[in-house]
Design a binder for this molecule. Structure first.
Ligand code: DC
Length: 240
């Protein structure tokens, strides 16, 4: 039997692509990093890439109503993920922007910037290039539907808006930033609405993705469930 054993992107199944999609605050980053560490895979946060373009547009003073200039900037931009002293960091044109892309302004702008087709085109190209060798955990909104529609493991993570706002506030407060949970919930809902209704590669569950609602689940439980799905796929391949 060859089910699940096909060579996708000329890559054998034993180091698959794990695509994790879902709305803001669903826990994608936390679990994706742990899974990548446990499996010895590369972790790629595609949201950070859209945030980096948003940040650089702000710094360059390019307004949203000049999308061509934002696309030009994205096309020229060099984006790299590097491991520095045990932390994963993102560099845009050689500058470490790991913290700067998390500011409220960059967060707000990342959603409309990600809806610009030319920006998506450029970043998807880089993402496909980063993932083509397999052995990656890539998280975002369109990984299972658009970036890697043939990914062998597809997960769609979700949680209620209230739970997601609570988690976001916890993260911000841990970083010493005061947080208004109601305001965060409102902003999360607005961003989800925009990300889900845009024309190109909107946020939606791939038909063959496994839906995991993380309300009431611990991080460990979510990680365990996804690694179980991964292991079953790999074993299916090797014994099928
Ligand atoms: O996951 P995040 O909050 O860091 O993502 C920031 C924005 O980037 C989010 O509003 C949607 C967008 N995004 C996207 O459109 N496609 C992706 N693959 C990842 C993020």
């Amino acid at each position: 039997m060859t089910f699940g054993c096909s060579i996708v992107y000329n890559r054998p199944m034993h180091r698959p692509i794990i695509a994790i999609d879902g709305p803001a605050g669903s826990g994608k980053s936390t679990v994706a990093k742990i899974i990548a560490d446990k499996l010895g895979y590369t972790y790629i946060d595609t949201g950070a890439m859209y945030r980096a373009v948003a940040l650089k547009s702000i710094e360059a003073g390019i307004p949203l109503d000049e999308p061509d200039k934002i696309v030009e900037l994205a096309n020229r931009m060099d984006i790299q993920f590097r491991q520095v002293d045990d932390t994963r960091r993102i560099f845009a044109d050689g500058q470490d922007v790991t913290e700067a892309i998390r500011t409220p302004d960059a967060t707000r702008l990342s959603s409309p910037v990600s809806a610009i087709p030319g920006v998506r085109h450029r970043l998807v190209q880089i993402q496909r290039d980063m993932g083509k060798a397999g052995g990656i955990v890539m998280e975002g909104r369109d990984i299972g539907t658009y970036v890697f529609p043939n990914a062998q493991v597809k997960i769609f993570l979700t949680a209620s808006a209230e739970e997601r706002a609570r988690r976001r506030c916890k993260d911000l407060e841990r970083a010493g930033v005061k947080c208004d949970q109601e305001q965060v919930a409102k902003e999360i809902k607005e961003r989800d609405e925009r990300d889900s209704t845009r024309a190109m590669a909107p946020l939606k569950q791939a038909e063959d993705a496994v839906l995991i609602n993380t309300d009431g689940m611990s991080i460990e439980e979510v990680v365990e469930e996804i690694i179980g799905i991964h292991n079953r796929k790999v074993n299916q391949c090797c014994t099928g």
